[in-house]
Design a protein around this ligand. Structure first.
Ligand code: FE2
Length: 202
């Protein structure tokens, strides 16, 4: 069974009024994400040991193995992007009270959470991802990963929210201004409702 590009969970023009244009989504979802899915299917087709595995299994088994680096890169990028689309919402940016309480407990305040998340997004040199996860102790944490890196591989926590900080995520709308792209995500696009729902699954 081949992996498929998941449909966006909102119309392709639904985020345009809040800073993520249809053109960005056509390129990012339709071209970049799709290319990772196509490449992953090609790699699995050529390796019997990989056939029949779930995406999560492929990420975990290829993590840290030089010979399977292309598998990790494409599987990780497929999972990370699929999670990124779920981290966006046309009415995003509003933090439900139950999540606000937890953010305040673990970071000191919502502003401090945003400041820490932004520092991770900007501190990721080159391509990568910024994450809000619930760590193994139950405490919320901010992580950053490079390239296709993902907390799914390392077991560092359950992902609540993720931001793609590869240039292809923001160059059309924000040119080189990653700080503005990150602020826009945190204040206008982030799907905190889903983050709260994920938190409650624990
Ligand atoms: Fe991306």
């Amino acid at each position: 069974m081949s992996f498929i590009l998941p449909a966006l969970p909102f119309p392709i023009n639904a985020l345009a009024a809040r800073g993520m244009s249809q053109e960005t989504l056509e390129l990012h979802h339709g071209k970049h994400h799709n290319a990772y899915v196509t490449a992953l299917n090609g790699l699995v087709d050529k390796n019997d040991a990989l056939k029949g595995k779930t995406l999560e299994e492929l990420i975990k088994l290829s993590y840290g193995k030089d010979t399977l680096q292309p598998v990790f890169n494409n599987a990780g990028q497929h999972w990370n992007h699929s999670t990124f689309w779920l981290s966006l919402a046309p009415d995003g940016g509003g933090i439900p009270g139950r999540l606000e309480k937890k953010l305040t407990e673990d970071f000191g305040s919502v502003d401090k959470f945003k400041e820490t998340f932004k520092a991770a997004a900007l501190g990721q040199f080159g391509s990568g991802w910024a994450w809000l996860v619930q760590g193994p102790t139950g405490k919320l944490q901010i992580l950053k990963t490079s390239n296709a890196g993902t907390p799914l591989a390392t077991g560092e926590g359950k992902v609540l929210l993720v931001l793609d900080v590869w240039e292809h995520a923001y160059y059309v709308d924000f040119r080189n201004r990653r700080p503005d792209f990150t602020d826009n995500f945190l204040n206008k696009l982030a799907n905190y409702e889903r983050a709260a729902a994920e938190l409650e699954k624990s």
